[in-house]
Each structure stands twice: as structure tokens, then as C-alpha cells.
Design a protein around this ligand. Structure first.
Ligand SMILES: CC(=O)N[C@H]1[C@@H](OP(=O)(O)O)O[C@H](CO)[C@@H](O)[C@@H]1O
Ligand SMILES: [Mg+2]
Length: 561
């Protein structure tokens, strides 16, 4: 059966028609415009039925196109409890190719009351265009789903099960559908990749696969140490899925080693209203203060180490309090620089003669971190557009060892074969063990946590020494609601606005009059995950930052009035 004939047989099923009719007649989403953005669809859960339907359909197309496992992750990461979202995962664990985002966006926006025939025509056009390069005649659809702990996640997960089971009944084709239940986003990426690499169609024991891959090397790092300067590791789980997985990890960990006790904080994932509230990586980074349930005195003690995960455990932020109880934020910029420094420290200079080690950041990286990378570490640095898929791509394209982190704590390290071969030839066992801790598929809070602890222990430094490597410029990131954020168009890696007309000139003027010490920077861009535009400003003093932010806010109001 040709792919399009096959799709037609699915589309004429009663299930699809009935589902369509009920979705299209929901008044809540009648005038909604859907966009598959920075990290898939993400909005209030009550508006997400159509986006989920479109996500299932694009997963179907992608599965036909690749003829391999495709994943769907149900999560809204750091967003408030009432939100949710979806993104698809490629066979090797990557994100949906950017060229396909327009297809899924178009499918979602063509669901309109009484327009089923038009919807089908549009879908078949999209399918013909999307599938035109593939010659694969998919015989078995292979789908994997996973979800976070949100209240609405179970409902969306049930819909996926129903959708794919009904396709099976409608077409009598073979479908392999695996539901991994409550998992972190990086675990879902990892497991889809595992299925593809091992060509396994039966469900894995995720605990075994994931923890063996990254946790065993960490235990080895710990067993190589004579002593540890840290007595206790406190992990803020944001009352989300990180708690579910780390509770299992902690149980294994405490049986294997007595070095560094682990305490999990904010683990109430059963109380849906608490997710990301006053805790988690986003709260800590945005507010630059301790999350709920962290004791100030303990945070001042250098023998304790503190970190926070976000709601789907793909980001992590470390922190401490200094002797005067000032907050020391150890964010993505700090992790990227620490990892860069560690690579330099553990290798002879000649190792890099024919290899490139570099760091990828976004415009939100603190200006002083960028100066530290170029002036002190003497490493190459590249700026990418917001969204880890952009950083990942640029790290792979530009470097043999590419370290990439968003300032908010989302990132990892990628290595190419050239580096891996050289590492095998060189006698660097400590670095080889370190490399095996890294989840190259995607930024992962749990593996990033192992990576950072391994470095701190190996360099024998505490959080405050790490913090003292350079001084952040005072900065602020604020949101502004505008009538239509799609009016905001950027260029130069989102550092400058092309539209609305005149606004960039106004920002340039505000920056220039506040730039006495040549440290001031500000930019505005539309968020891809929330209905707001974001304003970032940094300068030599807190006061100067505040003036810039307030003036830029006024300029935005004037430009959008
Ligand atoms: C300034 C900022 O932190 N933006 C975040 C946020 O994207 P926005 O497009 O800015 O809404 O969510 C993304 C997904 O989690 C994350 O990749 C990104 O870094
Ligand atoms: Mg996240």
C-alpha cells in the first residue's frame, strides 16, 4: 500500500472523524492560534486537545518517514502546574527537525468546526510534501510515549494510547506502542535512542538501562576518591518527576556508597498544585534566591552542596550562600566554564593541536562569563539562538568537543569521533571515565549533576571557590505582555530586533546613555513558550540595570500601543 493510500485509510476511520468533530467544536480553542515553538506545543492544558491531536498525526508521519521509533514527551517543564505541552523525539534522541515544525503547526491550525474535508485535504497535502523524500515503505509504526507528573499528563497520555490503538484497528497494520509512564524528558530521549541503536522493540527496564549507563561511571568516580569534601548533597526536585526518578536512584546509591549523603527536597509530586511553585531551577535562576525548604545555615556550610532541577528534570542550577548570606548562583554559564576548565586541566596542551574545544551560549549568557571564556580559558565561544536544539546543532557543527549550556542550566557536551579516537589512543583514564558520565543526546539534570560533582571532587573545590572564578554582571530578565508577540522579529542570534519598526533604535539609545563602563547590554525577543516578550539587561551596577529595564519596558509599550 502506498503511504498516502495508507494514510487515507486511517483518516476515514470513525474514530478519527468523531475525535475531529469533538475537538473542532470546543469553544475554548475556536480562535486559538497554535505554534510548535522552541520546545513543541506548550500552553494551558485546557487548550491542548487540538495540539495533541496534531502531535499524534505528525508522529505518525515521522514514524512512516523514518521507519524507526518516534517518541512523544508530555510535559511543560518549568511552566506552572495548569500548563502542559508536547514534543516529539527523533529515533536518535534529537528534536523534531525544524523543517517539520511548519507541518505540525499547519495541521493544528486547520482543525476548524464543520471543515473536516478541508482538514483532510490539508493533511494529505502536508503528508505528500513531508514524505516526498522518503522511499521507506514503513510496515510497522513504532511509537514511544512518556509523561511528567502533571495532573493533565495522564489524560493526554490516555489520548495517545487511544489514538494509536484505533489506528491499529482501522488499518490492521502493525503498531508497536510503548508507554514508559512517568519519566524525565532526558530519559525519554535516551530510551528512544536506545530502542533505535539496539533495534529492540520490547520495552526496556528504564532503571537498568539509564542508571547503568550513567550511574555506574559516577559510582566509579566516587570509589576512586580517598575522601570527599562534601558531606551532603541536597537536591530540590521542584515537586516534579525528578523526585520520582531520584527516589529510585537514592535507594541504589545508598546501598553502594557511603560518600556524600543525598537528601531530596520538594518531592511532593502527588500534590499537583506544588509543581515548580517557589522551587526548582527556574525559580532559583529567575529570583536568584534559595528555593522553599532550604535552610540558610546549611546553605552557608561549604560541606553541603545544593542544586535544583526543573519540572521535567532537563535543567539544573547549583547554588550556595557566602559567609554574609549573599546568594551565589551557579548557573549554566558557570557549568559550561567549569567543564571547559576541567578539560583543559586534564589534558596536555598538545592534545588539542588538531582538535577544537569550544563553548556555545545564547544571548542570555552573562557578559562576564563570555569574557572569562575568551580571556581566561582562551577557548572559542559561539552564540546560538535560544532553545537547546540550536545550541546542540552549533556545538556539533563547530567543535570536536562542544560544550553548550543555556544560562538557565540546560545543556550538555557533545564529542565527535575524532575526539573519541584520540581519547582512546591517549592514556587519560580519568578523562575517559569523566566522558562516560555525559549524556550526549540531550541536556539532562541528573547526568549534569553527576558531571559537576565529579569535577568539583576531582579539582577539590567547593561551590564558593567555583563561584569566585569570575564575577557576574548585575542582570535582570523580565517578561512583558504585548498585544501580539509575533510582531517581534529578531536577527543577529536574537540580539537585535528587525521589527517592530524603531524599537531597536530606542533600545540602542537607552543602552548608550547607560553605558558609562562599556558593560551595558539589553535585548528583547518574543518567547517561544509563553505569550510574552522577554527583556534582558545587564550592566555595571544593579541601579543601571533597573534604569535600562524600565526604559526598555516603556519603549516596548510605546512601540506596540
Ligand atoms: C530565557 C529563557 O530562559 N528561555 C527559555 C524558554 O524559552 P523562551 O523561548 O524564552 O520562552 O524555555 C525554553 C524551553 O525550556 C528554554 O530552552 C529557553 O532557554
Ligand atoms: Mg525543562
Amino acid at each position: 500500500m502506498s503511504q498516502i493510500t495508507y494514510l487515507k485509510s486511517i483518516l476515514c476511520s470513525d474514530f478519527l472523524r468523531d475525535t475531529y468533530d469533538s475537538l473542532a467544536s470546543n469553544p475554548v480553542t475556536e480562535h486559538e492560534k497554535f505554534v510548535y515553538g522552541t520546545s513543541g506545543f506548550r500552553m494551558h492544558n485546557e487548550k491542548l486537545d487540538i495540539p495533541l491531536f496534531a502531535t499524534c498525526l505528525i508522529t505518525l508521519l515521522r514514524s512512516i518517514y523514518c521507519n524507526e521509533f518516534i517518541g512523544i514527551m508530555i510535559t511543560a517543564s518549568h511552566n506552572p502546574p495548569q500548563d502542559n505541552g508536547f514534543k516529539t523525539v527523533e529515533p536518535k534522541g534529537e528534536m523534531l527537525p525544524q523543517s517539520w515544525e511548519k507541518y505540525v503547526t499547519s495541521i493544528a491550525n486547520s482543525v476548524k468546526k464543520g471543515k473536516f474535508d478541508e482538514f483532510i485535504a490539508n493533511f494529505l497535502n502536508v503528508a505528500t510534501e513531508a514524505l516526498k523524500e522518503t522511499t521507506v515503505e514503513g510496515k510497522e509504526l513504532k511509537i514511544i510515549i512518556g509523561r511528567d507528573t502533571r495532573q493533565s499528563s495522564e489524560r493526554f497520555s490516555s489520548f495517545c494510547t487511544k489514538f494509536f490503538n484505533n489506528i491499529l484497528t482501522a488499518t490492521h497494520e502493525k503498531i508497536k506502542f510503548i508507554d514508559y509512564g512517568v519519566v524525565t524528558t532526558p530519559q525519554l530521549h535516551f530510551i528512544v535512542r536506545k530502542h533505535t541503536i539496539k533495534q529492540q522493540t520490547d520495552k526496556f527496564d528504564i532503571l537498568n538501562e539509564y542508571f547503568n549507563e550513567f550511574f555506574q561511571p559516577f559510582l566509579e568516580v566516587m570509589s576512586n576518591l580517598k575522601s570527599s569534601r562534601f558531606k551532603k548533597l541536597y537536591i530540590d526536585c521542584a515537586n516534579g518527576v525528578g523526585a520520582v526518578q531520584l527516589e529510585k536512584l537514592k535507594e541504589i546509591y545508598s546501598k553502594k556508597t557511603k560518600q556524600i549523603e543525598i537528601e531530596l527536597i520538594n518531592t511532593d509530586y502527588d500534590d499537583y498544585s506544588k509543581l515548580n511553585v517557589d522551587c526548582g531551577a527556574d525559580f532559583v535562576k529567575t529570583n536568584q534566591r534559595l528555593p522553599a525548604n532550604v535552610n540558610e545555615t546549611l546553605a552557608m556550610d561549604g560541606e553541603n552542596l545544593f542544586c535544583s532541577l526543573d519540572g521535567d528534570a532537563d535543567r539544573i542550577i547549583f547554588y550556595a550562600l557566602d559567609a554574609n548570606a549573599n546568594f551565589c548562583l551557579l548557573d549554566g554559564d558557570r557549568m559550561a566554564t567549569l567543564i571547559g576548565e576541567y578539560f583543559m586541566e586534564k589534558t596536555p596542551k598538545s592534545f588539542w593541536n588538531d582538535l577544537k574545544l569550544g563553548i556555545v551560549q545564547t544571548a542570555y549568557a552573562n557578559g562576564n562569563s563570555t569574557s572569562y571564556i575568551t580571556d581566561e580559558l582562551k577557548l572559542d565561544v559561539k552564540c546560538a539562538k535560544t532553545g537547546v536544539k540550536n545550541l546542540h546543532h552549533d556545538a556539533v557543527e563547530n567543535f570536536d568537543v562542544g560544550i553548550y549550556f543555556e544560562a538557565n542550566g540546560h545543556g550538555t557536551v557533545v564529542f565527535n569521533d575524532l575526539f573519541m579516537n584520540k581519547l582512546k589512543e591517549s592514556n587519560l583514564p580519568e578523562l575517559s571515565l569523566f566522558v562516560s558520565l555525559i549524556n550526549q543526546a540531550v541536556g539532562d539534570a541528573i547526568t549534569d549533576m553527576f558531571v559537576i560533582i565529579a569535577i568539583l571532587l576531582n579539582l577539590d573545590i567547593d561551590a564558593k571557590t567555583w563561584f569566585s572564578k569570575y564575577k557576574d554582571l548585575p542582570n535582570r530578565l523580565v517578561k512583558c505582555v504585548v498585544p501580539d508577540r509575533s510582531q517581534f522579529e529578531t536577527f543577529d542570534y536574537e540580539r537585535r530586533l528587525a521589527k517592530p519598526a524603531g524599537l531597536q533604535d530606542a533600545i540602542n539609545h537607552i543602552v548608550s546613555v547607560n553605558n558609562a563602563l562599556h558593560k551595558t547590554r539589553s535585548f528583547v525577543r518574543a518567547s517561544g513558550t509563553e505569550d510574552v516578550v522577554r527583556i534582558y539587561a545587564e550592566s555595571h551596577s544593579v541601579e543601571s540595570v533597573e534604569v535600562v529595564v524600565q526604559d526598555v519596558l516603556k519603549a516596548i509599550k510605546a512601540a506596540t500601543a
